[in-house]
Design a protein around this ligand. Structure first.
Ligand code: NAD
Length: 294
């Protein structure tokens, strides 16, 4: 395979050819990372910023249009993982100008961008399709689908700066979709459509990036206890029906954000060098089948 270093031999037998330079030690050593949707205290973005910092990132940009907790998150991450630079940026993830500004800034400061985690999202209208209005539909599409599209569009050229020097492995773009983008979801047509679009963007862009060394994947979470779903979990706790949430999937429970963040870390790292254009379900098995209704 071209581009993967030959490691020589051991007693005449070819050594295993490694693609990940950091398979021992910090998993994303010295990488420069941008994460959107990082403000929510129990959200996937904040948990991922922690995983990236914990695993050797040189710099992590934590971004959100709501910056109420970002400064606190920065102080916490820097105190837990000395050596990482944390930058706070407040902007709308679907604002192309603001998005390119933060990418340009990262490249100007560090000379590289390695991981873009386009994670910001909203839950949509959560109404019957007959009650869903067109403007609201487009708003959901704008944040959930246009945001990751713009991230890919502008992160990839910035990543080529590093990928051209060393084609394998190159940068990694990760977008948060949802199991709602893979299978029908009775909840919300605008949300499901926007997340299906994210899966399609990852699939299509992976082919358009062919040969650059840059990868793009979508993560499809199931039911994770975050700001977005807090009301569902709180309601279930109040009514003592948490077990019903668990019955939706074979792992028999909901999840915390860190369980998704660990997959984002894997997809951002060189360990996933041959994972490209995929929709990764992180859903306790929800998308593997369907719950048996008694
Ligand atoms: P969350 O509400 O806790 O976090 C979402 C964050 O995105 C918030 O901090 C919010 O301020 C930010 N955000 C929203 N719109 C934005 C915009 N236009 N620009 C910048 N930031 C914006 O929810 P979460 O569960 O951590 O959500 C993260 C991603 O995971 C979302 O894309 C969501 O659709 C997806 N997801 C979540 C679940 C779940 O069960 N929680 C399931 C499937 C997919």
């Amino acid at each position: 395979v071209e581009g993967i270093p030959d490691e020589g031999t051991f007693e005449g037998i070819p050594k295993i050819r490694h693609i990940a330079s950091d398979s021992v030690g910090p998993r994303i050593k010295d990488k420069v990372v941008i994460v959107t949707g990082a403000n929510s205290p129990n959200g996937i973005g904040r948990a991922s910023a922690h995983q990236f910092a914990h695993n050797g990132a040189k710099a992590v940009y934590i971004c959100d249009f709501d910056d109420s907790h970002l400064a606190t998150h920065k102080r916490e991450i820097e105190s837990l993982y000395p050596g990482v630079d944390v930058h706070v940026r407040q902007f709308d993830a679907a604002d192309e100008k603001a998005l390119t500004a933060v990418i340009d800034e990262a490249v100007a400061k560090y000379g590289r961008l390695d991981i873009f985690f386009a994670n910001a999202g909203i839950s949509g209208q959560q109404k019957m399709f007959t009650e869903t209005d067109g403007d609201g539909f487009m708003k959901t599409m704008k944040v959930n689908a246009l945001g990751p599209f713009l991230a890919a569009k502008h992160a990839a050229p910035a990543m080529k700066l590093t990928s051209e020097a060393k084609p394998y492995p190159g940068g990694s773009i990760i977008c948060t979709a949802s199991v709602a983008g893979l299978r029908s979801n009775a909840g919300s047509t605008d949300y499901s459509a926007s997340k299906a679009a994210v899966v399609s963007i990852a699939q299509t862009v992976s082919y358009q990036l062919a040969g650059t060394g840059i990868r793009i994947n979508a993560i499809c979470p199931g039911l994770i206890e975050t700001g977005m779903t807090q009301a569902v979990f709180d309601h279930a706790r109040k009514r003592g029906t948490q077990r019903k949430i668990g019955q939706l999937n074979p792992t028999q429970r909901g999840a915390v954000a860190d369980e998704v963040a660990r997959v984002a870390l894997f997809l951002g790292s060189d360990e996933s060098s041959y994972v490209n254009g995929q929709a990764w379900a992180v859903c306790g098995g929800l998308s593997a089948g369907h719950p048996v209704v008694p």
